[in-house]
Design a protein. Structure first.
Length: 333
């Protein structure tokens, strides 16, 4: 599986005390290295409860490499940490197959990892995952840029589903309602709740790098825990805010169900979930049409969802620096 992810720059194979990578062999002249680490969180409990382990590896890679590309970095290599009480080789192989698939989607190499058996630390069948990735960008080509200004457009790239955040709340809703993960969903009679919830996190690396290479991206924000209200401000300079229109996109049915049947308030939805937007890009208003074309041709479902505004405290429903005017109307119909 690791061999299927090999790319330029990899030196040697797995099995040593460390993985080796040569950035110059990958085509970099004066690279800055960027590192990220993350996990999958309690989404793993759903994989364990349903016995489906082949997608959480994709989630693991996605959570790391999506954080790298927002810095303008190309992910180069990845390592994983798999911890369990007693190794189930079948489940572990499924997890690693997902990790390898995520690496292929991101264009990075799986160059090593650690498998830890720790009896007494984990219950029967339980395991935990952590991922580590390193990327590179040429010096002077990092993001976000320092020229974000009022009037710049905010483009939203559609998520594939819940991704890997908010699953403690999701599991609480299912426990409260007494719904089994094997039951068909309320919005798709061919899909079980387990399959819907385990839909892997979308990897935005290749499409975002295309936009960055075209010189059009001023900034990206990976919409993880905290939603739009907490992740967009991380890329905004002082004196800038964002006005986002939730009516600009259709919230996927899994989120609508959580809000209506699970009783999750719209403001809580905005703080906890991506609500259908997994990544945002900030571009000049005059570049928006070309940026939409590039991202669409790269396979993204993308739309214009808002604009950059002056001031740290735009009036609105949520957040100090991000307003979502009409949130109740947009999401409650």
């Amino acid at each position: 599986m690791a061999k299927s992810t090999l790319r330029a720059g990899v030196m040697g194979g797995i099995g040593g005390f460390g993985g080796l990578f040569d950035p110059r062999a990958a085509g970099y002249e004066d690279p800055v290295l960027i590192a990220a680490t993350d996990g999958v969180g309690t989404k793993l409990k759903i994989a364990i409860d349903t016995g489906h382990h082949d997608t959480v590896g994709i989630d693991l890679v996605a959570m790391c490499v999506n954080d790298l590309v927002v810095q303008g970095a190309e992910p180069l290599f990845f390592l994983d940490y798999f911890a369990t009480g007693r190794l189930d080789t079948g489940a572990a192989a499924d997890v690693v197959s997902g990790i390898a698939e995520g690496c292929r989607q991101a264009g990075c190499a799986l160059i090593g990892g650690e498998t830890a058996e720790m009896p007494g630390m984990y219950g029967d069948g339980d395991y935990d995952l952590a991922g580590f990735s390193v990327g590179a960008a040429e010096r002077g080509n990092l993001l976000p840029r320092d020229d974000i200004t009022p009037g710049d457009r905010i483009l939203g790239l559609a998520s594939s589903g819940i991704h890997s955040n908010g699953f403690s709340l999701v599991r609480h809703v299912f426990d409260q309602l007494g719904i089994d993960y094997g039951v068909k969903t309320a919005f798709n009679s061919e899909l079980t709740w387990g399959e819907a919830l385990l839909t892997p996190t979308r990897i935005y690396v290749k499409s975002c790098l295309e936009l960055h290479k075209a010189g059009l991206a001023k900034a990206f924000a990976h919409i993880t825990g905290g939603g739009l209200t907490e992740n967009v401000p991380r890329i905004l300079p002082d004196g800038m805010g964002a006005r986002i229109d939730p009516a600009a996109w259709s919230m996927p049915p899994v989120f609508s169900w959580l809000m209506t049947e699970g009783g999750v308030a719209p403001a809580e939805m905005a703080r906890t979930f991506n609500c259908g937007i997994g990544m945002v890009a900030i571009v000049r208003a005059e570049d928006a049409a070309e940026a939409l074309r590039i991202l669409s041709e790269a396979g993204e479902e993308v739309c214009d969802i808002g604009e950059i505004v002056a001031g740290n405290e735009p009036s609105g429903h949520d957040g100090e620096r991000v307003s979502l005017p009409g949130l109740e109307t947009a999401w409650l119909g």
